[in-house]
Design a protein around this ligand. Structure first.
Ligand SMILES: [Zn+2]
Length: 257
Protein backbone atom coordinates (compact mmCIF):
# COMPACT_ATOMS: atom_id res chain seq x y z
CA UNK A 1 0.00 0.00 0.00
CA UNK A 2 1.39 3.39 -1.02
CA UNK A 3 1.76 5.95 1.77
CA UNK A 4 2.70 9.60 1.92
CA UNK A 5 6.04 10.28 3.64
CA UNK A 6 5.65 13.18 6.06
CA UNK A 7 9.32 14.18 5.64
CA UNK A 8 10.12 14.08 1.89
CA UNK A 9 6.53 14.30 0.66
CA UNK A 10 6.90 11.34 -1.72
CA UNK A 11 4.25 8.69 -2.00
CA UNK A 12 6.11 5.47 -1.32
CA UNK A 13 5.57 1.78 -0.71
CA UNK A 14 7.28 0.54 2.44
CA UNK A 15 8.16 -3.01 3.47
CA UNK A 16 7.77 -4.48 6.98
CA UNK A 17 10.56 -2.23 8.31
CA UNK A 18 8.42 0.76 7.31
CA UNK A 19 11.32 2.98 6.23
CA UNK A 20 10.85 5.52 3.44
CA UNK A 21 12.87 4.26 0.42
CA UNK A 22 13.23 7.84 -0.77
CA UNK A 23 14.58 9.68 2.31
CA UNK A 24 15.09 7.04 5.01
CA UNK A 25 12.39 8.42 7.34
CA UNK A 26 11.10 5.90 9.86
CA UNK A 27 7.33 5.55 9.62
CA UNK A 28 5.70 4.72 12.96
CA UNK A 29 5.03 1.06 13.72
CA UNK A 30 1.83 -0.12 15.38
CA UNK A 31 2.34 -2.42 18.39
CA UNK A 32 1.39 -5.34 16.15
CA UNK A 33 3.96 -4.38 13.50
CA UNK A 34 6.63 -3.75 16.14
CA UNK A 35 6.05 -7.13 17.78
CA UNK A 36 6.12 -8.88 14.38
CA UNK A 37 9.50 -7.24 13.76
CA UNK A 38 11.23 -8.30 16.97
CA UNK A 39 9.42 -11.34 18.43
CA UNK A 40 9.88 -14.89 17.20
CA UNK A 41 6.92 -15.82 15.06
CA UNK A 42 3.90 -16.91 17.09
CA UNK A 43 5.68 -16.42 20.44
CA UNK A 44 3.90 -13.27 21.62
CA UNK A 45 1.24 -13.75 24.30
CA UNK A 46 -0.58 -10.56 25.19
CA UNK A 47 -1.21 -9.65 28.85
CA UNK A 48 -4.04 -7.43 30.13
CA UNK A 49 -5.39 -6.95 26.62
CA UNK A 50 -8.83 -5.90 27.80
CA UNK A 51 -7.83 -3.30 30.40
CA UNK A 52 -9.65 -0.04 29.74
CA UNK A 53 -9.61 3.38 31.28
CA UNK A 54 -12.43 4.80 33.35
CA UNK A 55 -12.99 8.55 33.60
CA UNK A 56 -11.32 9.21 36.97
CA UNK A 57 -11.90 12.97 37.12
CA UNK A 58 -15.29 12.82 35.32
CA UNK A 59 -14.06 14.99 32.49
CA UNK A 60 -16.73 15.82 29.93
CA UNK A 61 -16.07 14.18 26.57
CA UNK A 62 -13.24 11.89 27.72
CA UNK A 63 -15.21 8.67 27.42
CA UNK A 64 -16.29 9.57 23.89
CA UNK A 65 -12.70 10.45 22.96
CA UNK A 66 -11.51 7.09 24.30
CA UNK A 67 -14.14 5.18 22.36
CA UNK A 68 -13.29 7.06 19.19
CA UNK A 69 -9.56 6.34 19.61
CA UNK A 70 -10.29 2.68 20.28
CA UNK A 71 -12.37 2.43 17.16
CA UNK A 72 -9.81 4.21 14.99
CA UNK A 73 -6.79 2.24 16.24
CA UNK A 74 -8.33 -1.15 17.14
CA UNK A 75 -6.38 -0.81 20.43
CA UNK A 76 -7.83 -0.51 23.94
CA UNK A 77 -5.25 2.07 25.07
CA UNK A 78 -1.82 3.46 24.20
CA UNK A 79 0.29 0.45 25.21
CA UNK A 80 0.32 -3.28 24.41
CA UNK A 81 2.18 -5.64 26.77
CA UNK A 82 3.01 -9.34 26.74
CA UNK A 83 5.64 -12.04 26.78
CA UNK A 84 7.57 -13.37 23.81
CA UNK A 85 10.90 -14.82 22.74
CA UNK A 86 13.47 -12.90 20.70
CA UNK A 87 15.81 -15.28 18.85
CA UNK A 88 14.90 -17.81 21.54
CA UNK A 89 15.49 -15.45 24.50
CA UNK A 90 12.50 -14.86 26.78
CA UNK A 91 11.38 -11.26 27.25
CA UNK A 92 8.50 -9.19 28.56
CA UNK A 93 7.74 -6.38 26.14
CA UNK A 94 5.60 -3.25 26.20
CA UNK A 95 4.98 -1.29 23.02
CA UNK A 96 3.46 2.17 23.12
CA UNK A 97 1.29 3.52 20.30
CA UNK A 98 1.56 7.22 19.52
CA UNK A 99 -1.50 6.84 17.32
CA UNK A 100 -3.66 6.30 20.42
CA UNK A 101 -4.25 9.77 21.93
CA UNK A 102 -0.63 10.74 21.30
CA UNK A 103 0.69 7.81 23.31
CA UNK A 104 -0.36 9.72 26.41
CA UNK A 105 0.21 8.03 29.76
CA UNK A 106 -2.96 7.67 31.80
CA UNK A 107 -3.80 5.10 34.45
CA UNK A 108 -4.05 2.21 31.97
CA UNK A 109 -0.67 2.91 30.37
CA UNK A 110 0.92 3.31 33.81
CA UNK A 111 -0.67 0.13 35.14
CA UNK A 112 0.26 -1.98 32.11
CA UNK A 113 3.86 -0.73 32.07
CA UNK A 114 4.03 -1.49 35.82
CA UNK A 115 2.60 -4.98 35.30
CA UNK A 116 5.07 -5.70 32.52
CA UNK A 117 7.93 -4.63 34.79
CA UNK A 118 6.64 -6.66 37.77
CA UNK A 119 6.17 -9.72 35.58
CA UNK A 120 9.82 -9.39 34.52
CA UNK A 121 11.04 -8.89 38.10
CA UNK A 122 9.06 -11.89 39.43
CA UNK A 123 10.21 -14.22 36.67
CA UNK A 124 13.74 -12.84 36.27
CA UNK A 125 12.91 -12.10 32.69
CA UNK A 126 14.36 -9.16 30.75
CA UNK A 127 11.92 -6.29 30.18
CA UNK A 128 11.94 -4.26 26.98
CA UNK A 129 9.88 -1.08 26.73
CA UNK A 130 9.29 0.64 23.38
CA UNK A 131 8.32 4.23 24.11
CA UNK A 132 6.33 6.71 22.01
CA UNK A 133 4.50 9.42 23.88
CA UNK A 134 3.51 13.05 24.00
CA UNK A 135 3.48 12.85 27.81
CA UNK A 136 0.85 12.68 30.51
CA UNK A 137 -2.82 12.18 29.65
CA UNK A 138 -4.29 15.51 30.67
CA UNK A 139 -7.82 14.08 30.62
CA UNK A 140 -6.97 12.03 33.73
CA UNK A 141 -5.56 14.96 35.71
CA UNK A 142 -3.48 14.05 38.75
CA UNK A 143 -4.00 10.33 38.07
CA UNK A 144 -1.87 10.60 34.95
CA UNK A 145 0.95 12.30 36.86
CA UNK A 146 0.89 9.56 39.51
CA UNK A 147 1.86 7.04 36.82
CA UNK A 148 5.34 8.57 36.68
CA UNK A 149 6.08 7.65 40.30
CA UNK A 150 4.38 4.29 39.95
CA UNK A 151 6.34 3.15 36.88
CA UNK A 152 9.59 4.51 38.30
CA UNK A 153 9.05 2.60 41.57
CA UNK A 154 8.40 -0.59 39.60
CA UNK A 155 11.62 -0.07 37.64
CA UNK A 156 13.49 0.12 40.96
CA UNK A 157 12.30 -3.42 41.69
CA UNK A 158 14.06 -4.62 38.55
CA UNK A 159 17.21 -3.01 39.89
CA UNK A 160 16.79 -4.87 43.21
CA UNK A 161 16.30 -8.23 41.53
CA UNK A 162 19.06 -7.42 39.00
CA UNK A 163 16.69 -8.04 36.15
CA UNK A 164 17.65 -6.05 33.06
CA UNK A 165 15.48 -3.25 31.70
CA UNK A 166 16.04 -2.21 28.09
CA UNK A 167 14.42 0.84 26.56
CA UNK A 168 13.90 1.56 22.89
CA UNK A 169 13.02 5.23 22.39
CA UNK A 170 10.95 5.75 19.25
CA UNK A 171 9.65 8.91 17.66
CA UNK A 172 8.55 10.89 19.63
CA UNK A 173 9.27 10.20 23.30
CA UNK A 174 8.53 13.28 25.39
CA UNK A 175 6.94 14.63 28.57
CA UNK A 176 6.11 12.42 31.53
CA UNK A 177 7.29 9.23 29.83
CA UNK A 178 10.77 10.69 29.30
CA UNK A 179 10.63 11.99 32.86
CA UNK A 180 9.94 8.51 34.27
CA UNK A 181 10.54 4.96 33.03
CA UNK A 182 11.95 5.85 29.59
CA UNK A 183 15.19 7.10 31.13
CA UNK A 184 15.55 4.31 33.71
CA UNK A 185 16.77 1.51 31.46
CA UNK A 186 20.05 -0.31 32.04
CA UNK A 187 20.58 0.21 28.33
CA UNK A 188 18.73 2.93 26.44
CA UNK A 189 18.48 2.50 22.68
CA UNK A 190 16.84 4.86 20.21
CA UNK A 191 15.62 4.71 16.64
CA UNK A 192 17.39 7.04 14.16
CA UNK A 193 15.93 10.53 14.02
CA UNK A 194 13.56 10.02 16.97
CA UNK A 195 12.61 13.16 18.89
CA UNK A 196 13.50 12.61 22.55
CA UNK A 197 12.92 15.31 25.12
CA UNK A 198 10.78 16.64 27.91
CA UNK A 199 9.20 19.94 26.87
CA UNK A 200 8.94 20.95 23.22
CA UNK A 201 11.60 23.24 21.68
CA UNK A 202 9.25 26.26 21.45
CA UNK A 203 8.44 26.09 25.15
CA UNK A 204 12.14 25.83 26.05
CA UNK A 205 13.14 28.70 23.75
CA UNK A 206 10.40 30.82 25.27
CA UNK A 207 11.58 30.00 28.80
CA UNK A 208 15.33 30.47 28.39
CA UNK A 209 15.12 33.19 25.75
CA UNK A 210 17.74 31.55 23.55
CA UNK A 211 17.77 29.78 20.23
CA UNK A 212 18.32 26.05 20.48
CA UNK A 213 21.11 24.26 18.58
CA UNK A 214 20.36 22.41 15.36
CA UNK A 215 19.12 18.87 15.72
CA UNK A 216 18.11 19.59 19.31
CA UNK A 217 16.20 16.66 20.87
CA UNK A 218 16.92 14.25 18.02
CA UNK A 219 18.25 10.79 18.98
CA UNK A 220 21.66 11.64 17.46
CA UNK A 221 21.91 14.78 19.63
CA UNK A 222 20.92 12.84 22.76
CA UNK A 223 23.48 10.12 21.93
CA UNK A 224 26.28 12.71 21.82
CA UNK A 225 25.20 14.02 25.21
CA UNK A 226 24.93 10.64 26.88
CA UNK A 227 21.17 10.29 27.29
CA UNK A 228 21.10 7.48 24.74
CA UNK A 229 23.53 4.52 24.68
CA UNK A 230 23.11 3.54 21.04
CA UNK A 231 21.05 4.32 17.97
CA UNK A 232 19.93 1.10 16.37
CA UNK A 233 18.56 0.74 12.86
CA UNK A 234 15.35 -1.23 12.63
CA UNK A 235 16.97 -4.00 10.60
CA UNK A 236 19.40 -4.64 13.48
CA UNK A 237 16.92 -4.26 16.35
CA UNK A 238 15.97 -7.91 16.88
CA UNK A 239 19.58 -9.09 16.87
CA UNK A 240 20.63 -6.24 19.18
CA UNK A 241 17.89 -7.02 21.70
CA UNK A 242 18.62 -10.76 21.77
CA UNK A 243 22.34 -9.94 22.23
CA UNK A 244 21.52 -7.64 25.16
CA UNK A 245 19.32 -10.26 26.83
CA UNK A 246 21.99 -12.96 26.42
CA UNK A 247 24.79 -10.79 27.79
CA UNK A 248 22.78 -9.61 30.81
CA UNK A 249 21.43 -13.02 31.84
CA UNK A 250 22.23 -14.99 34.98
CA UNK A 251 22.82 -12.16 37.45
CA UNK A 252 19.29 -12.02 38.84
CA UNK A 253 18.65 -12.42 42.56
CA UNK A 254 15.37 -13.38 44.25
CA UNK A 255 15.95 -11.33 47.35
CA UNK A 256 14.06 -8.06 47.45
CA UNK A 257 15.29 -6.00 50.36
ZN1 LIG B 1 10.54 10.13 2.74
Amino acid sequence: MAELCSVCGHTVTVDELRICPSCGHYFPLSPEQRIALIADEGSFVEMEGSMQSVNPISLAGYEEKLKESQKKSALTDAVTIGSCTIEGEAAIVAVMAFSFMGGSMGSVVGEKITQAILEGALNHCAVILFTASGGARMQEGIFSLMQMAKTASAAALLEETRTPLFIVLTNPTTGGVTASFAMLGDVILAEPGAVIGFAGPRVIEGTIGEQLPQGFQRAEFQLERGFVDAIVERKHLKKTLSFLIKTHKGREVSHVG
